[in-house]
Design a protein around this ligand. Structure first.
Ligand code: HEM
Length: 401
């Protein structure tokens, strides 16, 4: 991979940094919180003025800011409505966040996820059956379709419509690469579809999340249709590409460690630790934003009220003060404090589902392939956006037993 490391805080939005952020994190972490160029003017459509912010890269600072949701709020993000769509929960603060989260906690249960395990396993096997034994780009053939099919199934979207679903999901995030009219048309189509589904579930319930949301009540009141649709969109965005990136990062780490692969085939109890260490070592979500509601001191630096603060989960997870020798992939760490799924009130709702998909993937690959190797073309990191860390292309040759 030909990624150039950049070391200044003015370049934390550039593709070279996004493809390989870790040397830069190590270079800048001690100086953080540091004032940095969040986005230069014109870097993406809708942002006409340069946007500066503060970068938190130390584990302790990141963890404390995530837990202090009164000082570091989520609901005043200046990029929402311009570069990002407004998402329920993620861009909400209490009391609305508390109410809505309580409700979806009830609908998005571990039981529901566990019930899906046999079905997810059959989808994983079907996708692998379709690949053949020659070189394949696992991003296209596996890591993208699996999470999309899972979210579609959870919401109750028929399986054959999952490609349409994927198209909507991509259009939502294609902030720079798709003409605004085309995006608006796709969003309109998607909201119309979920609206029809919600109305249908009000008359004929089904065993899916949309039915659970339609039937749910907050203080005796049903949810507004807008909230139901907002939750569907949230799952599309929060649950797809994040998991795609976890699966790709996992396979990328293991393809270069044949001895570990062999060990895992013999000791399946290590699967969970490998997944947690992958989440720490190559965090799929590298950063998200908060806004300060007051002047606040972080590691001796004064951050003013109303400032944009980027929480660098990816940098915190490689902080040597929290994880000794952080650039080594190891199975003997205490991983309880990694922040790949965040912390505090916004802690990832889908963490159990993401873990289940990764566990099923790893076990299915281990069952079927005694070894696998890199393909003839290089792996390519995604650099289209600076929030996520994962692959655009990951060619592998999977050798069946
Ligand atoms: C490996 C995969 C995933 C990663 C790394 C990840 C990461 C995160 C992170 C870091 C947050 C915290 C956001 C914040 O601090 O503001 C978050 C929140 C969230 N995630 Fe995930 N996520 C993953 C998969 C999923 C899946 C599969 C779903 C759902 C199907 C999901 C749904 C959500 C939701 C709804 C929130 C918002 C929670 C709230 O604000 O209360 N995520 N995720």
């Amino acid at each position: 991979m030909n990624a150039t490391a950049v070391f200044t805080s003015e370049q934390l939005w550039m593709p070279g940094f996004v493809a390989n952020p870790y040397p830069t994190y190590h270079h800048l972490r001690d100086q953080s919180p540091l004032n940095y160029m969040l986005l230069p003017a014109g870097a993406v459509s809708g942002v006409k003025e340069p946007l500066r912010g503060w970068a938190l890269m130390k584990h302790n600072d990141v963890y404390n800011a995530l837990r202090d949701h009164e000082t570091f709020v989520s609901g005043r993000n200046p990029l929402v409505g311009k570069v990002l769509p407004k998402l329920a929960l993620l861009h909400d603060d209490p009391p609305r966040h508390t109410q809505f989260r309580r409700l979806v906690n009830k609908t998005f249960t571990l039981k529901r996820i566990e019930a899906l395990t046999p079905w997810i396993t059959s989808v994983a096997n079907e996708l692998l059956d379709g690949m053949g034994t020659t070189e394949t780009d696992v991003v296209q053939s596996y890591t993208i379709p699996l999470p999309v099919k899972v979210i579609a199934r959870l919401l109750g979207v028929p399986g054959e419509e999952y490609l349409t679903f994927k198209r909507w999901s991509e259009a939502l995030m294609a902030t720079t690469s798709m003409p605004p009219e085309e995006r608006a048309q796709s969003n309109h189509e998607m909201l119309g579809y979920f609206g029809r589904m919600a109305r249908d579930r009000r008359t004929h319930g089904a065993e899916d999340l949309i039915t659970a949301l339609v039937e749910a009540e907050v203080e005796g009141e049903s949810l507004a249709e807008q909230d139901i649709l907002g939750f569907c969109v949230l799952l599309l965005i929060a649950g797809n590409e994040t998991t795609t990136n976890l699966l790709g990062n996992l396979l990328n780490i293991l393809v270069d460690r044949p001895a570990l692969w062999q060990q895992l085939r013999e000791e399946r109890s290590l699967v969970e630790t490998v997944i947690e260490e992958t989440l720490r070592y190559e965090s799929p979500v590298q950063r998200l934003m908060r806004q300060t509601t007051r002047k606040v001191e972080v590691s001796g630096v004064q951050i003013p009220e109303g400032a944009s603060v980027s929480i660098f989960y990816g940098a915190a997870n490689r902080d040597p003060s929290a994880f000794p020798n952080p650039d080594e992939f190891r199975l003997d760490r205490d991983l309880r404090n990694h922040v790949a799924f965040g912390a505090g009130i916004h802690y990832c709702l889908g963490a159990p589902l993401a873990r289940a998909e990764a566990t099923i993937t790893l076990n299915t690959f281990l069952d079927r392939f005694p070894r696998f190797t890199r393909g003839s073309t290089p792996a390519v990191r995604q650099t289209a956006g600076f929030i996520l860390y994962g692959f655009q292309q990951l060619p592998l040759v999977l050798a069946p037993a």
